[in-house]
Design a protein around this ligand. Sequence first.
Ligand code: GLA
Length: 395
Amino acid sequence: MEDGGRWVETALSAFRREYGRDAQWAASAPGRVNLIGEHTDYNGGLALPCAIDRETLVLLAPCNDSRVRASAWDLAESVEFDVGVSRRRGDWSDYVRGIFFALAEKGVQASGFDLGIVSRVPMNSGLSSSAALGVAVAGGVSEGLGLEMGPRDWAHIAHRSESGFVGVGCGLLDHFASALGQEGHALRIDCRSEQVEAISVAGEPFGLLLVHSGVERRLADGTYGVRVDECRRALDAAVRAGLAPPSARTLSDLAGVEMEALEAALEPLLFRRARHVLSENERVEAFCKALAGGDLQGLGSLLAEAQASLAEDYAVSTPEIDWLCAFGPSCEGVLGSRLTGAGLGGFTLHLVLTDSREVAEEQISRGFEARFGRRPQSLWVRPSRGARVEALGDD
Ligand code: GLA
């Protein structure tokens, strides 16, 4: 593994100690940061994430029986369950259990496994630690079982696990980004057709700075599900008003409908949700164009527009995020700032000119401390490759 040889060595020893045998597979999957295109995935729209250089590593060895033993070494927690008995526990292990649930649903008869997990993806921070875990387990288990699957399949299994087992009605953004990421690239994902285009950002004069708002966020908290439901209701109302054919499946199918007509047909709250989704899809297109044209100012303005739309129309910002996204662009070399991921806490994203890295990070951190009385967590991330699985043999 390229990343942190020592980290992997420590994990391999931990596996040996815990299970009394060697791991046979090493699966790793990264977290992600979404550059733009938020809350569009479950609405059949566009998103532009990068996989990041923070990964979850899962070591595995298949068993002869149907027992799964999984240890999250960072948390010092272990669970044991039977592949055929899937019950939610409301903790990290659901993202392991759910993979066996999703495989069973596809007719795969899995054996048991011993698994050991370590992660460098910050949890509950909007960087998709759960997708990283799910994709790594899906990849490791399917390779361990000798199934003919690839990263796209792992993403689908992990997505199914999250929507069908864990109970979060999320879209494909996180799983696709984690499974299909490419070094130095963002991925333009069309969530309706599931087409993915890698867009190089390697030569860009800016880096990705993440600054934590200090508020943890958890997808299962409820607001996410409320938004998913509001979008469905907005679509239904638009169809009832004759603005889209009954065959329309998602809000993105309303592209091209006049905003005035939509506003007249929907109650104000649902109109705002729909306006966010439709305008965000357009911003993703515009962002890709600005990247291609080297229009740095354009990138910054689009981030500001996206943030305003997420705050006002989609109502997923917080006072800390609002503040960071307003203050960020006033700092040296910061092109633009916005929340990333589902919102309501977690990290904010700042595009920062490479030459201003240190100054910008310090200015934002100091400003936040002066305003909120605590130093925020900040980190730089690089667009990185997606999930991979390696057989660990003697050869
Ligand atoms: C979370 C979900 C994704 C996506 C984003 C918002 O990360 O898991 O599917 O909806 O929020 O863009």
